[in-house]
Design a protein around this ligand. Sequence first.
Ligand code: G3H
Ligand code: 13P
Ligand code: NA
Ligand code: ZN
Length: 328
Amino acid sequence: ALISLRQLLDHAAEHDYGMPAFNVNNMEQVLAIMKAAQKLDAPVILQASRGARSYAGDIMIKHMIMAVAEMYPDIPVCMHQDHGNSPATCLSAITANFSSVMMDGSLMEDAKTPADYDYNVEVTRKVTEMAHMVGVSVEGELGVLGSLETGMGEKEDGHGFEGKLDKEMLVTDPDQAADFVARTKVDALAVAIGTSHGAYKFSRKPTGDILAMDTIKKIHAKLPDTHLVMHGSSSVPQDLQDIINQYGGAMPQTYGVPVEEIVEGIKHGVRKINIDTDCRMAITGQIRKVFQETPAEFDPRKYLKPAQEAMQKICEQRYEQFGAAGMA
Ligand code: G3H
Ligand code: 13P
Ligand code: NA
Ligand code: ZN
């Protein structure tokens, strides 16, 4: 059976751990996460973006997730819509079996334009009203993800907006966060602290000027009972960059969010940590390796099995590092 995000994160808060939330759109990713969770006795958040839902189809996503819930009956699984862009998207997720939805009202429905505060409150409140009637949890987002190095806010496709944004938009305001949670009644709040989606987050190992962990502490001080969410939280490990580049890839040197910063966040109210890029890179590195080392091979299982194993390893590491091992 599925569990709501609220139930899962309340448990995480009670026991001081963080939950990695992994993005999924195919069988190998879902199996990699479940095998990691089973091995470490950890709960699971499987999240699907709008892109994932249209890639696999809602019926496939639903049955894939219910299939692993049936295969691993002792592991609590939350099925979460990542970055819903409108109340309609969130409602269609609920009808498609999701136990949790994110209403990302930090951007307008086109997911390309920053939204104003009143719009965000309005659409998010509408979603919590609907979702809570049927026991579904809601994550909201306040502040626009983007780079404090360049001032570029992030559209959904990972490219910057036209023109620079003020730091005020790229870092969540703690007072506004308190007002937002009171008015929307969200179960979890995603905050902007200088992270962005994808592999290219920072041009150097981030320090306090470009990764605003102090903001997490201020928000947690104002909202001690609100579960905070960090997006764009892949660590983009050097070894995964190296494997990809060693086997014919061409990824420019880049830096992600250090695991030790996330662990610090978990001490200050961070309960959900969104990770997609690290898993994508783990998979791609192994596929490149098999292709380069055995170019005559053409059975997809020959490269999807090592790909799945590499993703499982990343998932196991994050479960251990965030303290979620043993918590299922
Ligand atoms: O929000 C970003 C996640 O990494 C999902 O990405 O929209 O390409 O599926 P996607
Ligand atoms: P990464 O691109 O850092 O993995 O972030 C994923 C994310 O925030 C999904 O919502
Ligand atoms: Na999310
Ligand atoms: Zn995100």
